[in-house]
Design a protein around this ligand. Sequence first.
Ligand SMILES: [Zn+2]
Length: 199
Amino acid sequence: MNNTFTLMARTGRAFHLAQGAQLRITNIFGSQVVDTWAFRADDINEYMSMEHTRVHSTCPTPGKGTVFRSNMRRPLLKFTADSSPGVHDWFFAACDGARYEMLGFLGEHENCSDNLRRAMTKLGHPISHIPCPLNLFENAPLLKGDIGIYPPASRPGDFVELTAFVDLIVCLSACPQDMADTNGLDREPKNVQVSVVHY
Ligand SMILES: [Zn+2]
């Protein structure tokens, strides 16, 4: 079974990803960061945790081969393919209203934290905590002592694939950041394509 949809710029969506299923996220324009979360379908209190994943990883940043672990240290997802130059982030918090306020935005700005909350509520799983996301395609070279955020290194059509170890609810947010270079020098969030392949 193959299920493909377009995740519209600035929006989020949560969906089920069955054990063994493969999730492919294609960066149609190359410049879009995708915040990614995963929760166990049978208990959303167990979720993909970047801090627990980092403890057991041999790599300084996420990439092909990374096993993403839960807050119970159990494997939830594996990074199984990456056609991009491999620049992703697992340190930065999801954007939220306060982030845009600090950047000088007046009023309510779309943000990844609200996208996650809304998408999970829509599936019947309201959450009160925003785990640190896997920031696919985000170019934030923190480990090089650089606190800047740069445009993604990915190219149009680059994709990543994640494979589920267990039944999951995954949430993706096409980051609405348009006040920094997170989503390219034009600061214009764009659509991405999402495919789920069940074997
Ligand atoms: Zn964001």
